[in-house]
Design a protein around this ligand. Structure first.
Ligand code: ZN
Length: 64
């Protein structure tokens, strides 16, 4: 049997034999959408990192 090169059905939480290589698109509101380079799966990432930046800035100001 030959391996199928094309991605199978688009199901959520599908098990894969590879680590998803997420390409994060531009933030759209509170979430960024990531698309796997290998299988085309999509996943939403919350932009919580921005909060960390704000906290870091506040800490920097307080230290000054
Ligand atoms: Zn993948």
């Amino acid at each position: 049997m030959a391996k199928t090169a094309t991605a199978p059905k688009n199901t959520e939480e599908q098990k894969t034999d590879h680590f998803h290589h997420w390409r994060i698109e531009e933030p759209n509101g509170l979430v960024s959408r990531g698309v796997c380079k290998h299988c085309g799966a999509t996943k939403e990432f919350k932009n919580w990192l921005q909060d960390g930046d704000f906290i870091t800035n506040e800490e920097h100001r307080n230290a000054a």
